[in-house]
Design a protein around this ligand. Sequence first.
Ligand code: SME
Length: 160
Amino acid sequence: MADKAKIFAKLLPRLEQVIGGAAARDEKLQRVCDLLRAEVPYFDWVGFYITDPEKRGDLVLGPYRGAPTEHVRISVGTGICGRAAHTRRMFVVQDVSKETNYLACSPDVKAEIVLPILVGGAVWGELDIDSHTLAPFSSEDGEFLGKVCSLVAEMVRGGD
Ligand code: SME
């Protein structure tokens, strides 16, 4: 996708402004989802899963933009989100039909990228993005979304 670099370069300062702003944490996360979904044509579902402080093996759905999902709580190790939390590493799936340990949200979803958000060495949460396009993600997406997650981690560390 030729325009990726341009889109990401324009979007990053806007996201920095939102995440560094004065609003409440979940309002900021919601705005991040809204901006990513609105500005990147192949980001069809954008959401945050947040580690349950009461049950640290679980991820709970936080702010998101896109179709409602039945997967509001995911155990670590389950699906793409749960496995990314387990390994603490970005997980890119270019074709979800090839995955066996996968929690389907909608038959329209073709690909998914999940990035853990680490705070103090632990998984605080994750940024999860579904695409209706097959194999849409490149290293540019990983780099850009990694920066977004670092900004969110900084915000969380700062006490928001
Ligand atoms: N597909 C994810 C579940 C969450 S939805 O994409 C919103 C998974 O396999 O973990």
